[in-house]
Design a protein around this ligand. Sequence first.
Ligand SMILES: Cc1cc2nc3c(=O)[nH]c(=O)nc-3n(C[C@H](O)[C@H](O)[C@H](O)COP(=O)(O)O)c2cc1C
Length: 130
Amino acid sequence: MERVEKFLKDAEVYYLATVDGDRPRVRPFGTAHIFEGKLYIQTGKVKDVSKQIHANPNVEVCAFKNGEWLRVAGELVEDDRLEAKQSMLDAYPSLQGMYSADDGNTEVFYFKDATATFSSFAKAPEVVKF
Ligand SMILES: Cc1cc2nc3c(=O)[nH]c(=O)nc-3n(C[C@H](O)[C@H](O)[C@H](O)COP(=O)(O)O)c2cc1C
């Protein structure tokens, strides 16, 4: 899981795909943070992406870096605890101008039953489950 977090951070941007009815939706994301042994991402409840995750928590992310790409597929579980949100905001001080742990908008989700696949054209895919 640490390798997945590092790849996402080093890539600086990954693309988060959600399901919206019968359509895929995708957008750039950047937050990736391990808290209490789980990999979290952050968003805001006002966003469509949040509404889509609540309606269907099955998501996939993809990032590319140095000839290698990573896909992480899994279920997102909301963690409404202030300490989980604060840990994320502490890891991303740049978010603190827009979000605070108790603003009623900030939300964090962790991956459950995740399958991470590291791929490249040079070698066989490597799969990590967490
Ligand atoms: C590099 C980059 C990183 C971003 N990271 C996040 C993030 O971690 N969480 C988030 O909610 N929005 C993030 N955004 C903004 C979302 O992409 C944007 O709000 C998007 O419109 C949300 O999707 P939606 O319109 O389907 O709700 C990021 C944008 C960029 C360009």
